[in-house]
Design a protein around this ligand. Structure first.
Ligand SMILES: [Ca+2]
Ligand SMILES: [Ca+2]
Length: 268
């Protein structure tokens, strides 16, 4: 079952709160930034996290989402065929960054194929393709081979020149900007990784920072831009469905920021 949520509500509540503050100056209304969105999982999956913020929320979510089934890198192919399926054509997947729809059978490494994009570049923390962060479906997406290569291991930031057939994505020497419809997806994937991987399971502690050019350090920038993208591009039906497919069929854990995008601001 898909989570029941009223997508614009967390934004409109913030606006309403600001308006009320101007009119009535009620200090109590400045609290509880994470109170707006509700999902079908709040009383069960997220029960321990509800009502928390900051480090307490991050710690709680880390414990919750670390209870997962891990899959092999070879198993990622078929998982992406299910998770990234084109809602209008069940023979195709939708590709990250370009938005193109392409046959599921064109998975591979040649020009014109799609392959497995590590949204959190695997060199940032050097986790490779072994079972773990390198095979975590919550940040792996079907992507055009050429555009995956263009993105490479760049950090995320605004600006750059047009990526050919990139759906409006931009690139420059030290950063990549996804097309508008993928900005929030990227932000929520990166921040999922930051909460899921805390250095307690044999892999690096992944964290966002405000830099580009992070290289092989276990960091990904820029946090301030990712926070903006999370607000500009709220979770879509496609994103919510893939979260559900991963939860139901593969890993049995969820991306909390797709269910509760306001938790980005509650933590960072
Ligand atoms: Ca989106
Ligand atoms: Ca972390």
């Amino acid at each position: 079952m898909l989570a029941t949520r009223i997508r614009p509500r967390w934004k409109s509540v913030a606006l309403t709160t600001a308006a009320v503050l101007v009119g009535l100056a009620t200090p109590a209304l400045t609290a509880a930034p994470a109170a707006a969105t509700t999902t079908a999982y709040d009383d069960t999956y997220y029960a321990d996290a509800i009502g928390k913020s900051g480090t307490a929320l991050k710690d709680s979510l880390h414990t919750i989402i670390s209870d997962q089934t891990k899959i092999s890198y070879s198993a990622v192919w078929n998982a992406l065929k299910a998770a990234d399926q084109d809602p209008n054509n069940s023979s195709n997947v939708i590709l990250l960054y370009s938005g193109a729809s392409r046959s599921k059978s064109l998975n591979g490494g040649d020009v014109g194929d799609w392959n497995r994009e590590h949204t959190w570049a695997k060199s940032h923390g050097d986790f490779g393709e072994g079972t773990g962060p390198g095979t975590d479906l919550h940040h792996l997406r079907a992507c055009d081979v050429t555009i995956n290569s263009t993105r490479g291991n760049l950090d995320f930031d605004n600006g750059g020149s047009t990526v050919t057939n990139g759906g409006g994505s931009l690139v420059d020497s030290d950063s990549f900007q996804p097309r508008a419809a993928d900005k929030g997806d990227v932000a929520r994937m990166i921040l999922y990784m930051a909460v899921r991987y805390e250095g307690d399971d044999g892999f690096a502690d992944l964290e966002p920072n405000e830099k580009v050019g992070n290289g092989s350090n276990p960091f990904m920038g820029k946090l301030a831009i990712l926070k903006q993208w999370n607000e500009q591009d709220p979770p879509s039906a496609f994103e919510e469905r893939r979260n559900q497919v991963i939860y139901d069929t593969y890993q049995h854990n969820r991306n909390p920021f797709i269910d509760h995008p306001e938790w980005v601001e509650a933590i960072w």
